[in-house]
Design a protein around this ligand. Structure first.
Ligand SMILES: Nc1ncnc2c1ncn2[C@@H]1O[C@H](COP(=O)(O)OP(=O)(O)OP(=O)(O)O)[C@@H](O)[C@H]1O
Ligand SMILES: [Mg+2]
Length: 245
């Protein structure tokens, strides 16, 4: 084969440009280390590209699927979200810069997912977290991710009850999600809660306020489709003050 150094150089530069547009340098290094360790064999495709994070489907060497959430380093949105970090005693340490704050959000989501797993909440099982990368269970079937609730719309009051029961389990375990909406619920055989980076422990000064907001958000959404549960009853149920919903 004829060597074409100019062209090869050009292709390499293009490839690097492409990858570095999708992943910053820290992320590229971490991904390549996860690959050499055998955690990930391939990054398949982006499931979602958002303001704060991108989520990819990935494959392990044995062929099973994973979800890899990569928090964006360059975003400025996290600075607006400091309130969720500052009041949480697990994250008291002063964070110097944006990168530390972003990594802390990934760590917070990972820890919150561990609490959920322990409490039997329908949420992705956490696998590992390094810096801004969170690796977790892939929620989907036949290789395709489950669809968010906002796209499908609610189907039954049982879906709402399942979500409230998960919030109740979390509350009992000392955790409030603080970002519940139809966008952060994936619809499988049961609804799954996702996106736990904002979740706070009950000692956060605003935890009760966030809990009420979560419950209100989801009740309002379902009520637009004719599935109604009264707010005070729902709140009492979530807080364990009422046995049934
Ligand atoms: N474990 C998972 N399995 C399958 N799909 C997932 C999983 N986690 C997240 N997703 C998909 O990725 C999307 C974004 O995830 P998530 O809500 O956690 O990120 P985000 O913080 O909202 O990102 P942004 O705010 O930047 O949009 C979800 O709506 C869902 O479609
Ligand atoms: Mg989300």
């Amino acid at each position: 084969m004829v060597k074409r150094p100019d062209r090869d150089h050009f292709l390499l530069k293009e490839r690097f440009k492409l990858e570095s547009e999708v992943f910053d340098k820290q992320t590229l290094m971490l991904l390549s280390s996860l690959m050499s360790k055998g955690t990930i064999n391939n990054m398949d495709y982006p499931i979602s590209t958002g303001k704060e994070a991108n989520v990819f489907r990935a494959t392990t060497p044995s062929g099973s699927l994973l979800a890899v959430k990569i928090y964006k380093i360059e975003t400025t949105h996290f600075m607006n979200r400091k309130e969720y970090m500052i009041g949480d005693p697990r994250f008291k340490k002063f964070r110097r810069n944006e990168r530390d704050l972003v990594n802390a959000f990934a760590q917070k989501e990972f820890k919150n997912l561990q609490i959920c797993e322990e409490a039997g909440v329908h949420a992705p099982k956490p696998l590992l977290q390094v810096k801004n990368i969170l690796v977790m269970e892939f929620l989907g079937e036949e290789g395709l991710p489950y669809t968010p609730l906002n796209t499908l719309g609610p189907e039954s009051i049982d879906q709402l009850k399942s979500i409230l029961t998960d919030l109740r389990k979390m509350y009992k375990a000392g955790l409030v999600h603080a970002d519940i909406s139809e966008y952060n619920v994936l619809v499988g055989p049961v609804p799954y809660l996702i996106d736990f980076g904002q979740g706070v422990v009950l000692s956060h000064p605003n935890s009760e306020k966030y809990l009420e907001r979560d419950v209100r958000n989801i009740l309002n959404y379902f009520s637009r489709y004719g599935f109604e549960i009264e707010i005070n009853k729902a709140l009492r149920y979530v807080k364990g003050e009422e046995k049934k919903i």
